[in-house]
Write a protein that binds this ligand. Structure first.
Ligand code: F6P
Length: 526
């Protein structure tokens, strides 16, 4: 049976018709409603009052969570059942931070790896780890892509105030040689350490970048016997990493029950540990653990990840929002939209149910975003006067951590003013329709008390559990990503044609013309 036939779904559809002409501003006029829609946990404050819901809709959404067994499915996840059915894997990333998985039986091995991570990080950070010429490490290049990149770079960037190291951290993800060049241009190979992070150790970009890094290192040092002092790795495919040339003693295992986009809490997060040090990294894990417990223990109406997911479902499936704008009003969180794009869209951009049936409802819409206030001078025009429905998450930090109060006051004033404009809109006088702002767009404002490891860990874990809840409601597998495979396969024969290896079947006419055009351009340039 499709979820659209559930009583709660039907009730919500009726409510959506009932609320078609309702204004957010009218809904605000209810202190009891508003009190229930403002919740806090772990240094985070969630203001859901600007969502287009009344009490009735919230009850129906909670009924939808019951009808779709979100709670039972969450328990299955925490217990280590193989809920990633297409890959026959458990989903236990919360065990990496000692979350809500007492029965899953993995805490021993998690702790062993964590202690090894702490030990190597201590040696690298203190200068005890020496490179090929006996010098201490000054620069660390993390090679990885997707889930093996976005989380670590976000956390390292966002938590710059909490770095406790002289090490400079760099990230190399794209296969584009311009990325390789920009990353390595100013590095000294004798004092550079590469971390190759790839769960599968089969990812094209990471393997190519690691190969080029190895050549770059050997060409400049001639120290082929000292590769182990400059390359370490995190992978669940140890044999492929060893075949590639990494030393087994320099490898940190990943488990198949950690999905790539949930792996920043594991050895993939080594750059975070190197930047922050052990105590801050513990705080980061602690923040996420608090959310695991909150998510496992709190009843529906007080459960922040669940409410976040339910309100998103209301927006996407019933109010017609076809994008989610993540608006970070904090420069340090500029990479948050990129990270969430993978987390939410790779997880829930699916169109078949767990039983293999085509869905007859929408799943994850486009998630995009950027930093405020910059976006106000770019795409906010469309948000305020465009024709499409959307919802927005505003993320702000409460404390003025730079001690530049005018900047901070203006930043927050703009964030709150923008959510106000999206909610309330503006009606200009006669003959001035070009100034009208329709408003009535739903948004959530999330305030982090400070931007510390603990709050960041908590924020990311809220979004992780939101993703889980949405997948459960939509009855899809949030933990696989088969859609990315086709493009990878198609690139192989095209690569062979471009590199001129062998005789290959022609591509479709459109693609063949692109390849032929490149060959002409290249021949003209040489
Ligand atoms: O291609 C998508 C993907 O598989 C992501 O899910 C993953 O995070 C990324 O590639 C990198 O994969 P790996 O860690 O195996 O290199």
């Amino acid at each position: 049976m499709s979820i659209t036939e559930l009583p709660a779904w039907r009730a919500l559809a009726a409510s959506a018709s009932r609320l078609t002409n309702s204004r957010l501003t009218d809904l605000f006029d209810n202190p009891e409603r508003n009190a229930k829609l403002q919740l806090g946990v772990g240094g985070l404050y969630f203001d859901f009052t600007k969502q287009r819901v009344d009490d009735n809709v919230v009850h129906q959404l909670l009924a939808l969570a019951d009808d779709t067994a979100v709670g039972r499915r969450a328990q299955q996840m925490f217990d280590g059942e193989k809920i990633n059915s297409s890959e026959n894997r458990a989903v236990l990333h919360s065990a990496l931070r000692g979350g809500a998985n007492p029965t899953a039986g993995v805490s021993g091995e998690v702790n062993d790896v964590l202690q090894r991570m702490y030990s190597i990080a201590q040696r690298i950070r203190s200068g005890a780890w020496r490179g090929c010429s006996g010098k201490a490490i000054t620069d660390v290049v993390h090679i990885g892509i997707g889930g093996s990149h976005l989380g670590p770079e976000l956390a390292v960037t966002a938590l710059e105030d909490h770095h406790t190291t002289h090490l400079r951290l760099h990230f190399l993800a794209n296969i584009d040689a311009n990325n390789f060049r920009a990353c390595t241009r100013s590095l000294n190979p004798e004092t550079t350490l590469f971390i190759v992070a790839s769960k599968s150790f089969g990812t094209l970009e990471t393997k190519q970048n690691a190969l080029s890094a190895r050549s770059w290192f050997i060409e400049r040092t001639n120290a082929v016997d000292h590769l182990g002092k400059h390359f370490i790795g995190a992978t669940s495919n140890v044999s492929a990493a060893v075949d590639f040339g990494l030393y087994e003693e320099n490898l940190f295992p990943l488990w198949d029950w950690v999905g790539g986009r949930f792996s920043l809490w594991s050895a993939v997060g080594l750059p975070i540990l190197l930047a922050l040090g052990e105590d801050n990294f513990e705080e980061f894990l602690h923040g996420a653990r608090q959310i695991d417990r909150h998510f496992a223990d709190r009843s529906g109406a007080e459960n922040i990840p669940l409410l976040t997911a339910l309100l998103a479902t209301w927006n996407y499936n019933f109010l017609g929002a076809n994008s989610l704008a993540v608006l970070s009003y904090d420069q340090r969180l500029r990479l948050l939209p990129d990270y969430l794009q993978q987390l939410e869209m790779e997880s829930n951009g699916k169109s078949v149910t767990l039983d293999g049936q085509a869905v007859d409802y929408h799943t994850m819409p486009i998630l995009w975003g950027g930093v405020g206030t910059n976006g106000q001078h770019a795409y906010h025009q469309l948000l305020h006067q465009g024709t499409r429905a959307f919802s927005a998450d505003f993320i702000v930090v409460g404390k003025d951590e730079r001690h530049m109060q005018a900047h901070h006051d203006w930043l927050l004033a703009n964030a709150f003013g923008q959510s106000q404009a999206m909610a309330n809109g503006f009606q200009a006088g006669d003959g001035e329709s070009h100034r009208n702002v329709p408003g009535n767009h739903p948004s959530t404002t999330i305030i982090l008390d400070t931007l510390s490891p603990r709050e960041l860990g908590a924020l990311l874990a809220v979004y992780e559990h939101k993703v889980f809840c949405q997948g459960a409601i939509w009855n899809i597998n949030s933990f696989d990503q088969w859609g990315v495979e086709l493009g990878k396969e198609l690139a192989i024969p095209i690569y062979k044609q471009l590199s001129g290896n062998g005789t290959l079947p022609q591509q479709d006419p459109a693609t063949q013309r692109l390849i032929d055009y490149i060959k002409i351009v290249r021949s003209e340039n040489t």
